[in-house]
Design a binder for this molecule. Sequence first.
Ligand code: BGC
Length: 318
Amino acid sequence: MTARYTIGIDLGGTNIKGGVCDRRQTLLTRHAIETQAELGCEHVLERMARLVDDLLQQTNLSKAQIAGIGVGAPGPLSHAQGMIYHAPNLPGFVAVPLRDRFAKATGLPVVLENDANAAAYGEFTAGAGKDVRNMVMLTLGTGIGGGIVLDGKLWRGRYDNAGEIGHTVIVPDGRACPCGQRGCLERYASANAIAERLREAVAAGENSVLKPKITANEPFDARDVLQAAEQGDALAARIWDETCYYLALSVVNVRHLLNPELVVFAGGLINAGPRLLDPVKEHLERLSWKIAPDAPRIALATLGTDAGTIGAAALAMS
Ligand code: BGC
């Protein structure tokens, strides 16, 4: 039987998304489960294997019809060695030989790729980047990832960690990051950081409609912050606007470093649509130089939150 399909898995800090794709990168089916990252590496690996079984069941495919599995995972990691070094947003994922362990668990060949690289590859081959040769992707979720396509090729760098944009330093000596640095973009503009910054401001005495939730220790996330901002909450509005400002600063730096035609935003935060894109563009207009006509186009991932799954499946095929 010919193996005509691949499975893409997007391992995130909050959810594990999976999908089955054919050779044309058409997503035949998708399924997502919670990562339950707090329960540790072994548990997450078991959940990933269960997700593969669920996907096979949903499509009625057998393992013999699957050419391989692409796993997009948070790094830093080594694509060549199939090893996650230390993922800041996945507790216990330190020196995990994920490629080999998952291949053993599923009985299928596995390719390990940085999650944002996988998403960038997905958008480049089948989404917003289809018609460009140079693009940079920023994935805005639990963490912030980056993927770089230069001259039509995914750019991994010497140690496979090119594009770790979430850990570029945006505020000198700023907020502490679990990666060990201070002031990383991820500590200001990820979905987690947005909620955390609001919580800290309230703890420091500022007022917000979200204060009762915070006092009652109830969970809330970036969506609540955006909603509060739209209802006129001054603190939430400030935090959302600062987030867009930090993202715009990053785009300015990316523009001058790599000069891409296109910068694509992906990840859960893009569900905000124009409420994210418009203020980022406004900040960019103010912050960017005007002395050369080399501004990248800014777009949202057209594959939406499927970009990582489709990209990982495509990488498994290639
Ligand atoms: C990791 C990146 C990853 C991003 C999104 C960051 O903390 O360092 O490798 O792409 O989170 O998951």
